[in-house]
Ligand binder design. Structure first.
Ligand code: IPE
Ligand code: IPE
Ligand code: MG
Length: 236
């Protein structure tokens, strides 16, 4: 259950989850529009995903847009969706890079053209054998649990059949190991509704670096820290 991959002397986490935060503040510091921060954040995302693939990480989940992010000004939401379109149109890159991509979240309410691009991207990368990359889009942890419980009910489970596996098997991440390492840059110390079920026993790593400034060496620093943690899972 707690498989680890060796890379040189080091033991990598099995599943890293990142909250890609701080794009707006990065832009503000430079007197740029928030959209420039999101564009820079998208570049960082591509670099970090490629890096994770290269070092042999098994799973990476990134928070791209939350169920709460619809509260932002329409212009900013539109801008983020446009960046997503650009990214997805490039999606043949996943195939070339051998990254298997999957979108998690309530995708049903997204614009139809984005849903079509998502289906194409997932289909194009389905035979990839490298990094498994989850992109959380219109994702909320509570929303995910509610959706899972609805499926428990519609599947007709009896009360004594409802156990942890019955819920976990109906989450977007069904069949995947829980994230063992959650990284949040930008100086915020909260989960913001991210992977709230799956993070029950995750290790956390926080940094003041804003996401567009986050480099592979920051990830290395985080992983080194992870390697020094003593994970007890309630034991001794
Ligand atoms: C993260 O950066 C991107 C999304 C939430 C889509 P922010 O836009 O939240 O950046 P800050 O937190 O305002 O700096
Ligand atoms: C979390 O960041 C969501 C994403 C990174 C996509 P937010 O910037 O939305 O989180 P809060 O509002 O600071 O909690
Ligand atoms: Mg933020």
């Amino acid at each position: 259950m707690f498989r680890h991959k060796h890379h040189g002397e080091r033991i990598l986490p099995e599943h890293i989850a990142i909250i890609m935060d701080g794009n707006g503040r990065w832009a503000k510091k430079r007197r740029l529009p928030r959209s420039a921060g999101h564009a820079a954040g998208a570049r960082t995302f591509k670099e970090i995903a490629r890096y994770c693939n290269r070092i042999g990480l098994h799973y990476l989940t990134v928070y791209a847009f939350s169920t709460e992010n619809w509260k932002r000004p329409q212009e900013e939401v539109d801008n983020i969706m446009e960046l997503l379109r650009d990214y997805l149109k490039d999606a043949k890159n996943f195939k070339d890079e051998n990254i298997l991509v999957k979108f998690i979240g309530n995708l049903a309410v997204l614009p139809q053209d984005i849903r079509d691009l998502i289906v194409d991207a997932e289909e194009n990368s389905k035979d990839a054998t490298g990094l498994k990359l989850n992109i959380a889009l219109n994702y909320g942890g509570r929303d995910e649990i509610v959706a899972a419980v609805r499926r428990v009910v519609s599947d007709g489970l009896a009360p004594d059949e409802v156990d942890e596996a019955a819920i976990a098997d109906r989450l977007y991440t069904a069949g995947q190991p829980d994230p063992d390492f959650i990284i949040r840059p930008s100086g915020e110390y909260r989960l913001s509704n991210y992977l709230i079920w799956q993070s029950a026993y995750a290790e956390f790593w926080f940094s003041d670096v804003l996401w567009p400034d986050f480099k592979p060496h920051h990830l290395e620093e985080a992983i080194d820290d992870f390697c020094r943690r003593n994970r007890r899972f309630g034991g001794v």
